[in-house]
Design a protein around this ligand. Structure first.
Ligand SMILES: [Zn+2]
Length: 261
């Protein structure tokens, strides 16, 4: 056997995905219990089912794109690196808000069919400050991650606790306000901190449709959630500053400096 043919045989014995895609690699790593691999056009789940990755749809009007986001669209707007300054994002820059509903339904279950509740677990919420407990999904280790967040938040200076206790909700089988899309709360993978300090784009929208970004949530709180895989709604043009949801793939990609110019 020549050296070249030996090398060829060795390479052939390894298995590579059809194409390397950093975004999809991050997705597999984040949801390793559920996802197996991907091909050029499909996501392959550990139970053998396949789901179309779909296409990027940059030319769709944003509201329509939100309603019919593909799995590829989920990565269309990069999430900023933790530590990035808080500032008003450009119009329609809502990293994490493009969600393929079929993907989330398959991952966490459909609350309208009673599939989410049996997978919820109670997590103590800032126990040193009487936060009670919150219920989130155990899928993908979300409950364990939120428990870490809670333990660390519990150690923050007293001045910050009021932003966190009382918290304003986790699991809730409901659509996003004024839409037919399920909220991440319906999957048990999101938490709203104290609504008293929350700012929400719909309430800040002017009659001419323009939105003035606003935030009162301190950086220490946001960065602590981000360290454990939760993205923050305050980094959206259509902001929701009390909202955090479990999307570790987006944070992992930011750390990798993706997308590279
Ligand atoms: Zn929320």
């Amino acid at each position: 056997m020549t050296r070249i043919s030996l090398l060829t045989a060795m390479l052939a014995s390894l298995s590579f995905p059809a194409i390397a895609d950093p975004a999809l690699d991050a997705l597999l790593a984040a949801y390793a219990d559920r996802l197996a691999s991907y091909s050029e056009d499909e996501l392959i789940w550990k139970d053998g089912s396949r789901m179309p990755l779909g296409r990027l749809q940059p030319n769709l009007p944003f509201e329509q794109r939100l309603n019919q986001a593909s799995i590829r669209d989920q990565f269309a707007i990069p999430y900023p690196l933790s530590g990035a300054p808080f500032q008003a994002p450009a119009p329609d820059v809502d990293p994490g808000r493009l969600r393929n509903e079929a993907f989330f339904l398959k991952m966490y279950g459909d609350c309208r069919k009673g599939e989410v509740k049996p997978r919820l677990k109670a997590v103590p919420w800032l126990p040193n400050h009487g936060g009670g407990s919150v219920r989130v999904t155990t899928i993908n280790g979300v409950a364990d991650q939120l428990e870490k967040v809670s333990r660390e938040l519990d150690q923050l200076p007293t001045a910050l606790i009021g932003f966190l206790v009382p918290m304003s909700g986790t699991y809730n089988c409901r659509p996003i306000a004024e839409t037919n899309r399920l909220s991440v709360h319906a999957f048990g993978a999101a938490i709203d901190i104290n609504a008293r300090f929350g700012d929400y784009w719909l309430w800040a929208k002017r009659p001419d449709g323009s939105i003035t970004w606003r935030n009162r949530i301190p950086r220490e709180i946001v960065e602590l959630f981000e360290r454990h895989g939760f993205i923050w709604g305050g980094r959206w043009h259509h902001f929701d500053s009390l909202h955090f949801e479990y999307r570790p793939e987006l944070i992992a990609l930011a750390k990798q400096g993706w997308p590279r110019e």
